[in-house]
Design a protein around this ligand. Structure first.
Ligand SMILES: [Zn+2]
Ligand SMILES: [Zn+2]
Length: 242
């Protein structure tokens, strides 16, 4: 006889499949009944191939290696990269994942992350994610960055560790300039050393604008003796000036 938890899991799986049949996922961009992000909308999303700063991932006008900001104030984080531009269907997808409870969108977005990670030949022992404040995670019901990291972990078979914690609530980064963003998230995180000491960590978030949040998380991971921290986000705005 199947154990109780096994029966519950089987029941949850059956209910999930029944719900999918009754309410098939609508595309977050064009609303067609053809998956979370339909093939036509997926085809409009392109990987970032133009020059970016080799440290912070900021778009650059030419193939110079690092941007002015990184030359003057080098980041602690080993590197930041993003898979695609934050516009069009991708902007809709990330908005739906964060604000419209569309957890299902994490799957196609996780594919972009895994592809970027594999194409970049990143050395990583564990995958982690930028944490939400516990109150915000409770309100949303999940942490979207963690869902993305779990998908990436499943696709690349690199283990996921939940190691970072937000030690204080921070204001929304939207509307703040580069300096404001850095101050807003400075020392806002701690990491558990037992999970990351000596490890190469791949740190996942949905969007990087200035990279201030990833940098603050990286500082916490380095305080916990991480060996390297590679920041990877699904998307990045095409332009941002500090
Ligand atoms: Zn669509
Ligand atoms: Zn840079």
């Amino acid at each position: 006889m199947m154990p109780h938890s096994g029966r519950l899991q089987a029941w949850a799986g059956l209910t999930g499949r029944l719900l999918d049949l009754l309410f098939p996922a609508r595309c977050v961009n064009c609303k067609s009944v053809n998956g979370s992000l339909c093939p036509a909308c997926l085809a409009t999303i392109h990987p970032i191939t133009t020059p970016t700063c080799e440290r912070c991932g900021h778009p650059l006008p030419s193939t110079q290696a690092t941007c002015l900001q990184c030359t003057m104030h080098p980041l602690q984080i080993t590197r930041i990269q993003s898979a695609v531009w934050h516009d069009g269907a991708m902007r809709e997808a990330i908005h739906a994942l964060k604000y419209n409870r569309r957890r299902d969108v994490a799957r196609p977005l996780g594919k972009f992350l895994a592809e970027k990670m594999l194409a970049s030949n990143v050395t990583c022992d564990v995958i982690s994610s930028v944490p939400l404040h516990p109150a915000r995670e409770l309100e949303r019901g999940y942490n979207q960055a963690e869902l993305l990291a779990l998908e990436t972990s499943a696709l690349t078979r690199v283990p996921y560790v939940r190691t970072l914690r937000r030690t204080r609530e921070t204001a929304d980064q939207i509307g703040l300039n580069g300096n404001g963003r850095r101050k807003n998230v400075a020392n806002a995180f701690t990491a558990e050393a037992s999970r990351v000491a000596g490890k190469n960590v791949l740190l996942i978030d949905d969007v990087a604008t200035t990279g201030a949040t990833l940098e603050s998380c990286a500082a916490a991971l380095f305080r916990a003796d991480a060996h390297s921290v590679y920041g990877l986000t699904v998307a990045r705005p095409r332009s941002y000036t500090t």
